[in-house]
Each structure stands twice: as structure tokens, then as C-alpha cells.
Design a binder for this molecule. Structure first.
Ligand SMILES: Cc1cc2nc3c(=O)[nH]c(=O)nc-3n(C[C@H](O)[C@H](O)[C@H](O)COP(=O)(O)OP(=O)(O)OC[C@H]3O[C@@H](n4cnc5c(N)ncnc54)[C@H](O)[C@@H]3O)c2cc1C
Length: 402
């Protein structure tokens, strides 16, 4: 029988960081992970450069059924705190776009940094290890694992979300919460490309590869996570739509609902059209002044206006063109699912947790951190910032109370 002060299950971003902090505070801590290779999600993040935080990260960048929950953890451990840690490890980084901080070199530098921090805390890091069961014990919790039985005073669950099952994602944390009788909000893929079928806007796939800046909206004010609108790059693919604007909006989208696209990215259609310049041109050429040429071709076909001159169009047809370009609505067939999602929406309902500590209410020796809980960040470093902030407040709580 092995005993420990603290066992952290899941040694990804949140778990490894949390274990290091607890170990450096002088507690005996074991971190267990079922993956052969640690930190794989960090390694593939940010296109291999890890967008490890966002300088402007604030509560407005998160979706949760309990939106105020993130305030405390983010206030206590913000982007500057993690950036200071990265700097202290002499990892060079740069700001790419709207506060997003990326490693100059490679994402593996963040994995190595977390490993060094864990090692400085004497963390007993064990992997691959499977945890078969968790039950209350006299000390706190008893885990039956492929390493044998482990008894611990405190259990921290940091097994992340469901995206990318091929590199170790599992439902373990969410299922444990349910088995312990804790409330779980519905889970679904977030920050994920959206698919269209031949029956729904099939013409889009003919323009795969076209990219442009657009304004994309999804959700409704009364939806679970409200409404989101994002002006960023959009990419047409063979399967549907992708790119940052679509990924962001996908977190607000529910099956069966439409998404709304302003293909002009907020530019004023009426101001862009000049009768003297465009009047004698075919519709396709007019649209090519506003959109990438291939997309202009697609729209004039989809609107059945190919070959017509702009000056010949009726007022109704002109309004139809303006509507299609600035208030395009279409119903995606679905998302590309967990294999392509960057995050999980939903998870352990945060109303069951103390936001000051990440402990389960009424159970001061059980903590859930990171993506397993119903907190999902926008694209741009916010999800890692949540992993660091939730891990930090959890570690501080354990060090002060246990
Ligand atoms: C392709 C991709 C790119 C991304 N890029 C970014 C980015 O640039 N910036 C950003 O902010 N966010 C990014 N994210 C999101 C970010 O990676 C996650 O939000 C973050 O890793 C969550 O941290 P976590 O510790 O909760 O979970 P994870 O980092 O996923 O760690 C969970 C750990 O638990 C382990 N585990 C799971 N199940 C079990 C089990 N049953 N037993 C034992 N161990 C288990 C896993 O092996 C893993 O090591 C990206 C995600 C993806 C998929």
C-alpha cells in the first residue's frame, strides 16, 4: 500500500502545474497519468508553439453556466504571474495577435518547464498508470490503480476534457464527478470546425481554401452560454467552415441552430458599392471587389445572378445580395467532433465547487481543476490560463489547510 498527502490524477497542464506547487510547499504529492507521453496536448498546442496565456485574459473570455466563478481564480493568478514563471525559466516568447503569448521556440519548452517545477517539488510522477476506482477511506481516499492501492488525504482531479482521444483524453473526471453524485453540465466539443452537407450550402465546398476576415455569430442571448460574435479570419474547407472566427463562434452554437456571417467583416455594403463604378459591371465582378474572387463567383451562382449586370438588378435583388453578404444565415450539419475540437464545453458544474479553492463544497479533501470543470475559454491562450489559475488556487488551498 502506497500513501501520500496528495494524489493528482491527470498530469497535463493543470495537474502537473498544481502538483509542482504542492510539492514545493512541502507536501508529499503523487501525480498519476495514464498516458505514455506526458504533456502531449501542450506539445501540439498553438501550432507547436503553445499559446500559453493571453495578456488581456479576463472573465469575459470564458463560457460557463456560472460565469462569475472564474473571477476569483483569475484575480489570484493572472497572465502576468504565468508569464513571470515562463521568463524565470528563460523561455523566450512573443505576442502574436490580440494579447496571445506564444513560445518563440517550441511548446515542449512549457512541458519541460512544468516537469522541472514538479521535480523541484519532489513530485512522484507516475505514468502510464490507470486508476480503476476511487472510494472514500479512513485517511481520505483510496485509489485502486495499476500500481496497486494508493491511500491519500487529498485527491485532485485534473484529467481534462474529451478533445483528441488519440492522445489520452478521457471522460474519467466527468464520470467520477457523476459517480460521486456531483452535478455535471452537458459536454460537447468547443472551438471546433463546423460541417455543411451537400443539402445545406454544399456550394461552399467548391471554394475550399478561400480565407478572409469575417464577423461570425452564433447562439442567442437566452442560450445556455449566450450569444457570441467574433471578427477574425474564416477559412472555407472541403467539409465546411473553420478558422478562428468559426472556432470561436462554434462554442456558442447548438445543433439545429443557424450561424450568422457578415462576409464583409463589418464593412458597410452600401458605402462599398458605387453606381458609377459598378453599374455597368456583371454582379460577379462587383462582388469580386468586396470578396475573394472565388467566393464572389460562388455567391453570384448561389444567388442565381451570374451574368447579370449590377445596374439591371431590381431593388429586391440588390437587397438579396446585401443580405447574403452581411447577414448570411446557414444551419451547419454539425461539428467535426472531439477529434478536431480544442476544448470541451461543460463538465463538473462549478456551482458544486468553492471558487476560492476549487474544492467540492462540503468535501475539503476533493478538488477538480482545469478543463474537467464547466469553464471554457475563448481561443487565444485563455484555456491554458484557466488551467494555471485553477491549479494555483487549488494548490494554495491544499497548502494552507492540509
Ligand atoms: C489541438 C489543440 C490545441 C490547443 N491549443 C491551445 C493553445 O494554444 N492555448 C490554449 O490556451 N489552449 C489550447 N488548447 C486547449 C488546452 O490544451 C487545454 O484547455 C488544456 O490542456 C487543459 O488543461 P488540463 O490540465 O485540464 O487538461 P490536459 O492538459 O488535457 O491534461 C489532462 C491529463 O489527464 C490525463 N488523463 C486523462 N484521463 C485520464 C485517466 N483516466 N487517468 C489518468 N490520466 C488521465 C491525460 O493523459 C492528460 O495528461 C488546445 C487544445 C488542443 C486539442
Amino acid at each position: 500500500m502506497t500513501t501520500s498527502d496528495v494524489v493528482v490524477v491527470g498530469a497535463g497542464a493543470a495537474g502537473l502545474f498544481c502538483a509542482g506547487l504542492i510539492g514545493q510547499g512541502g507536501r508529499r504529492v503523487m501525480a498519476l497519468d495514464h498516458a505514455q507521453l506526458l504533456g502531449e496536448k501542450i506539445r501540439i498546442s498553438g501550432g507547436g508553439r503553445c499559446n500559453f496565456t493571453n495578456r488581456h485574459c479576463s472573465p469575459v473570455n470564458f463560457l460557463s453556466l456560472n460565469p462569475d466563478f472564474v473571477r476569483g481564480p483569475l484575480a489570484r493568478y493572472g497572465p502576468d504571474d504565468f508569464t513571470a514563471l515562463v521568463t524565470s525559466h528563460r523561455i523566450a516568447f512573443h505576442e502574436k495577435h490580440r494579447g496571445q503569448l506564444f513560445c518563440d521556440g517550441s511548446a515542449t519548452q512549457i512541458v519541460e518547464m512544468l516537469r522541472r517545477e514538479a521535480s523541484a517539488g519532489g513530485v512522484d510522477l507516475q505514468h502510464p498508470v490507470s486508476v480503476h476506482s476511487v472510494s472514500p477511506s479512513q485517511l481520505g481516499w483510496r485509489l485502486l490503480t495499476t500500481l496497486g492501492a494508493i491511500e491519500t488525504k487529498v485527491l485532485v482531479v485534473a484529467t481534462g476534457g474529451l478533445p483528441i482521444p488519440a492522445i489520452g483524453a478521457s471522460r474519467w473526471g466527468v464520470d467520477l464527478a457523476s459517480n460521486l453524485g456531483l452535478p455535471v453540465t452537458p459536454v460537447q466539443p468547443g472551438l471546433v470546425p463546423l460541417s455543411f452537407t451537400a443539402a445545406s450550402e454544399g456550394w461552399l465546398s467548391l471554394h475550399a481554401g478561400v480565407a478572409l476576415e469575417a464577423m461570425v455569430g452564433a447562439g442567442q442571448p437566452e442560450s445556455a452560454y449566450g450569444e457570441g460574435r467574433f471578427q477574425e479570419d474564416l477559412l472555407i474547407t472541403h467539409k465546411g467552415l473553420s478558422g478562428p472566427a468559426i472556432l470561436q463562434a462554434s462554442s456558442f452554437w447548438q445543433p439545429g441552430e443557424p450561424i450568422r456571417i457578415d462576409w464583409l467583416g463589418g464593412r458597410n455594403f452600401d458605402e462599398l458599392i458605387s453606381e458609377s463604378r459598378h453599374g455597368r459591371l456583371p454582379v460577379e465582378a462587383v462582388l469580386a471587389d468586396l470578396l475573394p474572387q472565388r467566393l464572389a463567383h460562388g455567391f453570384s451562382g448561389a444567388l442565381a445572378l451570374s451574368g447579370r449586370r449590377w445596374a439591371e438588378l431590381s431593388k429586391a435583388d440588390r437587397l438579396r445580395v446585401r443580405g447574403a453578404l452581411t447577414q448570411w444565415e446557414a444551419r451547419p450539419a454539425g461539428t467535426l467532433g472531439w477529434k478536431k475540437a480544442e476544448v470541451m464545453l461543460g463538465g463538473l458544474d462549478t456551482r458544486a465547487l468553492e471558487s476560492r479553492t476549487m474544492a467540492v463544497r462540503g468535501q475539503p479533501n476533493l478538488f477538480f481543476i482545469g478543463e474537467t470543470v464547466d469553464v471554457t475559454g475563448h481561443l487565444g491562450g485563455h484555456n491554458f490560463q484557466w488551467a494555471w489559475a485553477s491549479a494555483f488556487v487549488c494548490a494554495q488551498a491544499i497548502l494552507s489547510a492540509h
